[in-house]
Design a protein around this ligand. Structure first.
Ligand SMILES: Nc1nc2c(ncn2[C@@H]2O[C@H](COP(=O)(O)OP(=O)(O)OP(=O)(O)O)[C@@H](O)[C@H]2O)c(=O)[nH]1
Ligand code: SF4
Ligand SMILES: [Mg+2]
Length: 403
């Protein structure tokens, strides 16, 4: 089934709502009801949705979101069924909010397992007791409905859908503006300087996604944003009437920028801003410092958010390993994953390194970090490792105070 993303908001910036549950629970019917469109095929045959279906959508309060319809969690039809369940689990990882759709018979063992996992990872979810036009929950299910703040709906008649929309918007509101990129680091009227290397690795004719997103947020915060090449930074600073409130550089240029920027001008990197915005900053900072404890033979996972970015490819495949090898002087083993692939089993790794994650949504990054926390594995990101490797980690804004 085709995946549809039809709006200009980057998928990495959309809040993700994943509809999951057993086959025939009414996930696809509910998606169609919530969006008012025939997005997903609905049928009485169990196992109709085989691949995840994505639908970009605008909600009145939460704004740009993406709904994902998934294959049933109870798909036991041979090897393919198992693969479909794995694919659903993968999509679930990126959820900011999960709508756990419960069918006619009430909550199933698969539903309970998912609830336990979501609770363990501090994920947001709403149990949606579908088929309220046909089915009356028994005492046990009524108890669960109450405990987990569920909603009774009918995807068929539309009963309860307004209440579900309201609850969903409330959950999504938890994520809006809770962790800005820079809005809390600058005041209206202040100037921020963005340092963007323009070299052979920079994409022709455009700024990269993190730069665009930071620019947009600076403008939304009524700040003045100035973009300069690294080679022109001094000249640019000299032309400003006052010192900038913040300089944000590409990680690749952080060493040179830190060396020339006056100490009283706050400095950070795009990567660090994204680490703050999308995940647990403190944990990632501890992860960066855990590099000092690496030993010979340690295995390091480098998780790249996409596979097509030439400059990031070079960072993840060449620069980061070199920084770690030089910094530690140890014999380290590196393993790479790309896109939404991420191992379920992390216990064999001494360290997990996440890229800036500009193409991944917050839910995905948060879940990856939670998985590392659960497995007791140190986790950090490219920008922090680069800053640590070149000895400027403690110089960067965002490390002290407003975290
Ligand atoms: N009466 C009633 N029927 C419903 C309701 N929701 C869905 N159905 C019917 O239940 C059947 C399954 O609905 P789907 O939306 O295809 O279920 P699904 O969870 O997407 O199923 P899979 O794609 O197979 O995993 C269809 O025949 C729907 O018309 C509801 O609230 N009430
Ligand atoms: S590898 Fe990561 S940081 Fe680089 S472009 Fe892809 S998602 Fe963004
Ligand atoms: Mg379906």
């Amino acid at each position: 089934m085709a995946t549809e993303i039809n709006s200009t908001t980057a998928s990495g910036m959309r809040l993700a709502i994943v509809l999951a549950g057993n086959r025939n629970a009414g996930k696809s019917a509910l998606l169609n009801r919530l969006t008012g469109q025939e997005v997903s095929i609905v049928s009485e045959r169990a196992g109709t949705t085989t691949d995840a279906v994505a639908k970009a959508f605008e909600l009145p309060q939460a704004g740009a979101v993406c709904f994902y319809d998934t294959a049933g969690l109870d798909d036991d039809e041979g090897k393919l069924g198992g693969q479909r369940v794995c694919a659903t689990q993968k999509v679930l990882r990126r959820a900011d909010v999960v709508l756990l759709v419960i069918g006619r018979g009430g909550v199933t063992p698969e539903d309970m397992r998912l609830i336990a996992k979501l609770e363990r990872r501090h994920a947001q979810f709403i149990p949606v007791f579908n088929f309220c036009d046909e089915y009356e929950p028994d005492e046990y299910n009524r108890g669960l409905l109450k405990t987990y703040g569920g909603v009774e709906v009918s995807a068929k008649t539309g009963a309860g859908i307004d209440l579900l929309r309201q609850k969903l918007e409330e959950k999504l509101k938890l994520f809006i503006n809770d962790k800005p990129l820079i809005a809390d680091l600058i005041r209206p009227g202040e100037t921020v300087v963005l340092v963007a290397p323009v070299d052979s690795e920079a994409p022709k004719g455009r700024l990269i996604t993190p730069q665009v997103q930071v620019l947009r947020e600076a403008l939304d915060a009524n700040a003045v944003a100035v973009v300069t090449r690294d080679a022109d930074m001094q000249k640019t600073l000299g032309k400003l009437a006052a010192k900038p409130a913040l300089v944000i550089t590409d990680s690749q240029a952080v060493k040179q920028v830190a060396a020339t920027l006056p100490d009283d001008v706050p400095l950070t990197t795009f990567s660090i801003l994204f680490a703050r915005h999308k995940g647990d900053f403190k944990l990632q900072l501890d992860g960066a410092n855990a590099i000092d404890q690496l030993r010979d033979g340690d295995k390091i996972l480098i998780a790249e958010g996409c596979s097509h970015h030439i400059s990031c490819d070079d960072i993840g495949r060449v620069k980061i390993p070199n920084i770690l090898l030089n910094h530690t002087g140890k014999k380290l083993e590196f393993v790479w994953t790309s896109g939404y692939d991420f191992p379920q089993e992390l216990s064999g790794y001494a360290l997990v390194l996440l890229c800036g994650g500009c193409m991944l949504n917050r839910g995905e990054i948060r879940q990856r970090i939670e998985m590392c926390r659960e497995a007791g594995v140190a986790v950090t990101n490219y920008g922090m490792v680069i800053a640590k490797g070149v000895g400027v980690l403690s110089r960067l804004k965002g490390l002290k105070g407003k975290i």
